[in-house]
Design a protein. Structure first.
Length: 63
């Protein structure tokens, strides 16, 4: 069963990056990126992270 959370570790984030062919980041760099994300949703199938979406916003200009 899929559940949704708003939290992911740098290690889990890198596993997702690797799974889609993206380069892995230094774990501290990954953690900083997650920390500065405006909104995040993480899809879990049981204990396994199976997807993620991030929203980044600079709180500036809105079109």
């Amino acid at each position: 069963m899929i559940s949704y959370l708003s939290k992911i570790s740098g290690k889990e984030y890198n596993k997702l990056r690797k799974a889609v062919g993206f380069i892995e980041l230094d774990e501290q760099q990954a953690e900083r990126g997650i920390k500065h994300t405006t909104y995040i949703v993480v899809a879990n199938d049981g204990e396994k992270v199976v997807g993620m979406a991030r929203v980044l916003f600079d709180f500036g200009y809105v079109a």
